[in-house]
Design a protein around this ligand. Structure first.
Ligand SMILES: [Zn+2]
Length: 258
């Protein structure tokens, strides 16, 4: 019988030490009903997850719901900032909220306003991490984040490398929704991509977008989580757990861009 998770299981079986991976779900504030269903899956499995929250999209219900879940299992859920308004400011090229057309002052004002909003909403549940919308930003963004006392930046592994001596940079490697949407053999491709990365990276990041995941499409996720938590060679971590660790092995750069 076809089992799309067989490659993942094989890597876990053969790993000489526990495989470290994290999940990052983006766009909290949008389609929150689906966010809660996704978080239910992680809570049920006992797998940690980092949630990237759009400051301008929060409301009281979302804040209460996330804080409740954080209080119930604070080692399992992390909350951090996802841009400011998730707006595209580029007139040409790829979409970006913190792209080349924006000055450092403009970027810093937005990031700072978002930081103030989220700190007021989430207090000490908020972690000093930043995920830029569309997974891209510029060297100016990095300067702003350093000055605003952020500790960690998470974007896509294929995005431009940005130098920083202060910020830990922890990329995601797998874009779950994109693979499922674009591959002619979605689950096969997804299983092979996850296996390739966890077999190589010191830490692998899997990015989710709950807004794209209805109840039916949560099933493969639940299957993956069941395999991961059921295997002694899995170490599900949070972004904050990477502070102080390396995240990449050299071979990772040779893996296909998925
Ligand atoms: Zn986003």
């Amino acid at each position: 019988m076809f089992n799309w998770l067989m490659p993942v299981r094989t890597v876990l079986d053969e790993a000489e030490k526990p495989v470290r991976l994290f999940f990052r779900d983006d766009d909290a504030g949008w389609v929150n009903d689906r966010l809660y269903l996704l978080l239910d899956e992680f809570a049920y499995a006992g797998m940690p997850i980092d949630v990237a929250v759009i400051p301008r999209a929060i409301n009281h219900h979302l804040v209460d719901e996330l804080l409740l879940r954080w209080q119930q299992g604070r080692h399992l859920i992390g909350l951090h900032q996802h841009g400011y308004g998730h707006l595209n400011h580029e007139s040409a090229g790829r979409r970006c909220e913190f792209g080349g057309s924006r000055s450092k002052t403009q970027q810093k004002v937005d990031i700072s306003k978002g930081q103030v909003m989220l700190r007021a909403a989430f207090g000490n549940a908020l972690e000093p991490h930043f995920t830029p919308p569309w997974n891209r930003c510029t060297a100016k963004t990095v300067e702003c984040l350093e000055e605003l006392d952020f500790h960690l930046l998470s974007k896509d592994v294929t995005a431009a490398q940005l130098e920083s001596s202060k910020l830990k940079q922890v990329p995601v490697h797998i874009d779950w929704s994109k693979i499922l949407k674009t591959s002619p053999t979605p689950l096969v491709t997804l299983g092979e991509a996850i296996a390739a990365h966890i077999g190589c990276n010191a830490v692998t990041g899997i990015m989710l977008h709950h807004a794209n995941m209805d109840a039916e499409s949560l099933k493969p996720l639940a299957e993956l989580l069941a395999v991961l938590v059921g295997h002694s060679n899995t170490q599900g971590i949070r972004l904050r757990d990477t502070l102080g660790y390396g995240t990449e092995c050299k071979q990772s750069e040779k893996l296909p861009m998925l």
